[in-house]
Design a binder for this molecule. Sequence first.
Ligand code: NAD
Ligand code: TYD
Length: 349
Amino acid sequence: MNILVTGGAGFIGSHVVRLFVNNRPQDHIYNLDALTYAGNLENLRDIEDATNYTFIKADINDLENLDALFTTYKFDRVIHLAAESHVDRSIKDPLIFVKTNIIGTVNLLNTCLKYWEAPFTENLFYHISTDEVYGSLGTEGLFTETTAYDPNSPYSASKAGSDHFVRAYGETYDLPYVITNCSNNYGQNQFPEKLIPLFINNCIHKKALPVYGDGDYTRDWLYVVDHALAIEQVFTNGTLKETYNIGGFNEWKNIDLVKLLCKIMDEKLNNPAGTSEQLITYVKDRPGHDKRYAIDATKINKALGWEPSVTFEEGLRLTIDWYLANSSWLENVTSGNYQLYYDAHYLNA
Ligand code: NAD
Ligand code: TYD
């Protein structure tokens, strides 16, 4: 099979690409990524020379190029992760979220329909989405696959729009698809604009830890490798035209999570206890800030046997250890030097 992964140089995408390249030697994995600020080929150094892997620098907003790529590479299946993914950026500049997350997704759907032939026996459009499409929970309850969409940020609205288009192409054109909606991920290679890597980096450099509002917001955290394993399960054994929620059964209030992270950072950095907590600074709240997310992952657990493989504290320790051991990755990302890697590796190769 020729499997196209979009957004494979990003955080989650790089874990998915690595897993598929290593576990599916009989398949060829094509990683299509525009290398925006969030795309970093250093994430994939360990597998970049694998014989079943090809990187393609391309933009899903460029329909003509997508056409040419489908002609050349004859992709059988698509795992679509490419997106603008940060809520705070979506508040500052919503339009790029509409362009990439909605129009880019529709470009891909149209290209699949053009190249794939009914009855689509070998084909699959696997759309990776977020629990944020469901909006905000009160103190009780969990998001299930039948919870009504109620997005509150430009990011979640754009992801909701893309989910609707994927589903509509299934209904209207019989395009074979699956959608998964996952909770907050954390782990190695996450860009340090999201809560956990930003705060790890700030603890290392003794910079303020900016907690939005009163910190009384809840997220359900999942280790990124467990998300990649769930994606592999759904890709292999999922039922067409179904949605699966993926989550860690792991709710944390932001302020409690930040305090745990500070405690582990102090241990690892040999700081006196309480050093990192002193960096906590309460700042102006994010507009439209969703109070609580929590996933009911019963369906994927019962149907496909998937469950998280690590506890939160194990995953957080693995993550912190990785950032401490890979300070050059962090420095390259914060200085912008990682963006030179593509030229050095691919253009001068
Ligand atoms: P990310 O921002 O780290 O990576 C996104 C990748 O997409 C980058 O490599 C970027 O270069 C690429 N990209 C962006 N615009 C593109 C374009 N126009 N054409 C081609 N490539 C483009 O994001 P992530 O956190 O890895 O998220 C991946 C997917 O998973 C997204 O669809 C996101 O909505 C979804 N998701 C993320 C989380 C999370 O906690 N991070 C949770 C659930 C779902
Ligand atoms: P984030 O990692 O941006 O993920 P999302 O908004 O997609 O859930 O944020 C996680 C939580 O942490 C969210 O409630 C916002 C909060 N947060 C802060 O308090 N301070 C920060 O600097 C950031 C980036 C997030």
